[in-house]
Design a protein around this ligand. Structure first.
Ligand SMILES: Cc1cc2nc3c(=O)[nH]c(=O)nc-3n(C[C@H](O)[C@H](O)[C@H](O)COP(=O)(O)O)c2cc1C
Length: 344
């Protein structure tokens, strides 16, 4: 928080922070200079101006290395970036690098470079230029435009963000809809998360049945396919977090089917159990099936919402999980565990 009494002596950082409260999309503006070089930079000062005639604007810092090229250029293209194009945005915000290296380009009016994968693209011609302090303001006429089915990249408070549509505000819940007193609410996370988990699992259960595996077998193989060989007690401790347990009979049954293997050391009081090649093959198939089930469940939920959902779930797990042992081992541990002498 900060305020300034007047324009003189304005705190530049505070001014930037205040402006950062205005959420924008992110664009890359490109052109081709007189020598035939491709030029471009990341810009969030883009805005719509007029529908008739179709005009948009953006502003370019006078300190920009691209100023002369854009002042001289007749044509250029504005690309509204998609949510997956953060790396491209960063690349075009750097100075002194070949921003176009290795990028497949199409060509537009005047040979201007056109980038792929954006949410929308406008080919433009400069209509007016105005002085805007330390920036040059370009008001440009739109010649052609396209828009695509990609969630937009968002910039807010100095960082990238995702845009998620708010559901319409619901009228106050009617009595018929309210949960009876003492019962779990329909909006309780424990209900919603449990339900979502159960539904997703039910989608892949038929594929488990075909492979003569039940839910607990699947959890054991999941724990082991995450990498590290584990003792029975370690597997049991990991399963306990999901309210499950494992007994040695289950491991033996999986070993008889050559889906797991045990360490070969004689008199080993607590043999380590690893997934076998056959077990890994089954889990590869199951990974594809569970990915398909996930994609099906995420229908009509766009990239930004999915991204947000995953991140919020991770934060929720971090906030609630005290002392959960890591399912995925650290890199060094993974290398050390790579070779396990097998008894079967
Ligand atoms: C999200 C974001 C938005 C930006 N918006 C603008 C802008 O509107 N105008 C501008 O001149 N620079 C903007 N920049 C900075 C330029 O992309 C950056 O200075 C770039 O290095 C300029 O390249 P050039 O000197 O090769 O032209 C932005 C950077 C980022 C990351």
């Amino acid at each position: 928080m900060g305020a300034s009494d007047g324009i003189k002596g304005i705190d530049a950082r505070e001014f930037r922070n205040a402006l950062g409260a205005f959420t924008t999309g992110v664009t890359i503006v490109t052109t081709r200079d007189a020598a035939g070089h491709d030029v471009g930079l990341t810009v969030n000062s883009f805005n719509s101006v007029s529908l008739e005639p179709p005009l948009v604007l953006w502003s370019l810092a006078r300190s920009s290395g691209s100023l002369a090229s854009f002042v001289e250029a007749e044509f250029f293209a504005v690309h509204i970036l998609g949510a997956r194009q953060e790396a491209l945005s960063n690349r075009f915000a750097k100075r002194g690098v070949d921003k176009f290296a290795g990028i497949d380009l199409a060509r537009g009016h005047g040979g201007v470079p056109l980038l792929d994968g954006c949410a929308a693209r406008f080919e433009c011609r400069t209509a007016y230029r105005h002085e805007g302090g330390d920036h040059e303001i370009f008001v440009v006429e739109v010649l052609t435009f396209e828009h695509f089915d990609a969630a937009p990249l968002v910039f807010q408070k100095g960082g990238y963000a995702v845009a998620v549509k708010k559901p319409p505000v619901k009228p106050v819940a009617e009595d018929a809809d309210a949960a009876p007193e003492g019962s779990i609410s329909r909006d309780a996370l424990i209900y919603l998360l449990g339900c979502a988990h159960a539904m997703l699992l039910s989608k892949i259960r038929p594929a488990l049945r075909v492979r003569h595996l039940d839910d607990d077998d699947y959890f054991v193989l999941n724990v082991l396919s995450a990498g590290a060989p584990r003792s029975l007690a370690e597997i049991d401790a990991l399963m306990a977090y999901g309210g499950r347990s494992v007994k040695s009979e289950r491991i033996e049954a999986l070993a008889r089917r050559a889906l797991v293997q045990r360490s070969a050391q004689a008199n080993d009081a607590s043999p380590r159990i690893a997934i076998s090649d056959a077990g890994r093959q089954v889990m590869l198939e199951m990974a594809a099936i569970s990915k398909a089930a996930e994609e099906d469940a995420l229908q009509q939920i766009d990239y930004s919402e999915t991204h947000l959902l995953r991140n919020l779930l991770k934060r929720l797990i971090r906030n609630t999980a005290q002392g959960v042992p890591a399912l995925w081992p650290a890199k060094a541990e993974r290398a050390a565990d790579a070779a396990l002498p097998a008894s079967r």
